[in-house]
Design a protein around this ligand. Structure first.
Ligand code: DGY
Length: 324
């Protein structure tokens, strides 16, 4: 029987299912991540690993996985895995695209609305007893309808956000490595350069994956290009936006606000300067967190791992492994 490691407590039905096929080691906690030294302890014993975006699957770890055939990530993003090291060791890497597209787009749009209309701040003011009277400009935010949304990264989630934005009467422009003329026609959106997008959008939404090319894609120069009334939304990965520069932009009025679900360091330290700013709406990386979607992600991650170990093509591999 092949042996696998699951790095977080899976749903009971899924664990039982996996146990019919494999010898299963589980890090049996929902809230605590598996320590790196425990990963190192198991990696040379297992044929497959079903891991989370919180696990750092480094070259050192991969090189130690002598039997390892598959790394199945429970996320669409896989920047936590050294893909080159995996590929050169002949290890299949898989992710969970598709099943989380609409849920993540819902959250992205919810965060955009919440930031624009200051929902969390307003609710907190009420709870703290600060609602003394109705006032004309009390907690006044920014209009979403009729404004321009700039999407950086038009993958499946970007397109799903664009569709929502059109329903809210927004004009949508996007920037992507490859223009997508068919989607432009279908959704009624326009391609633009990144600079044009930054200069002309009321809301800039980051939906590109974190790679060596997109690290710090939005730094001080880019933030300076944005309108003073603009809002930045990031539900992709933290390292794409330079956080020090973002704090500068938000605290000096360079931009109006930001809605963030992801950070350079997660969990975000409670003394982080972002948390002292009123014009930031902060969420703890919950983009795909609906019960239905998280279960679908577990199922797809398990299927990817099972297929790879059965010698079949997994539904969503991110690398190509030649014959070894
Ligand atoms: C992903 O799948 O990459 C998301 O960040 C998880 O919510």
């Amino acid at each position: 029987m092949k042996k696998i490691l699951v790095t977080r407590k899976p749903p009971k039905y899924l664990l039982e299912h996996l146990k019919e096929e494999f010898e299963v080691e589980v890090w049996n906690s929902e809230e605590q991540k598996i320590p790196q030294e425990v990963l190192f302890q198991y990696i040379d014993q297992v044929d497959g690993i079903l891991c989370l975006l919180t696990d750092q699957i480094t070259k050192e770890l991969i090189d130690k996985g002598k039997k390892l055939k598959v790394i199945s990530n429970l996320a669409v993003g896989y920047n936590n895995i050294d893909l080159d090291a995996a590929t050169s060791n002949g290890i299949i890497v898989t992710n969970t695209p598709g099943v989380l597209t609409e849920t993540t787009a819902d959250l992205t749009f919810a965060l955009l609305l919440a930031t624009a209309r200051r929902l969390i701040e307003a609710s907190n003011e009420l709870r703290m007893g600060n609602w003394k009277t109705w006032a004309p400009m009390m907690l006044a935010g920014r209009d979403v309808h009729g404004s321009t949304l700039g999407i950086i990264g038009l993958g499946d989630i970007g397109a799903a956000v664009a569709r929502r934005a059109k329903g809210f009467g927004m004009k949508v422009i996007y920037h992507n490595r490859t223009p997508k003329p068919e989607l432009e026609k279908e959704i009624d959106i326009n391609y633009s350069s990144q600079e044009f997008l930054l200069r002309n959008s009321d809301f800039v939404c980051i939906l590109t994956p974190l790679t060596a090319e997109t690290q710090n894609l939005i730094s001080l120069d880019e933030l300076k290009m944005m309108k003073e009334t603009a809002v930045l939304i990031n539900t992709s990965r933290g390292g794409i936006v330079n956080e020090n520069d973002l704090v500068t932009a938000l605290s000096t009025g360079m931009i109006w606000g930001a809605g963030l679900d992801v950070y350079e360091e997660e969990p975000l330290p409670t003394d982080h300067p972002l948390l002292s700013l009123r014009n930031v709406t902060t969420l703890p990386h919950i983009g795909s967190a609906s019960v239905q979607t998280r279960l679908k992600m577990w199922d797809l991650a398990a299927l990817n791992l099972t297929y790879a170990l059965q010698g079949k093509e997994p539904p969503s591999a991110v690398n190509e492994i030649g014959d070894k």
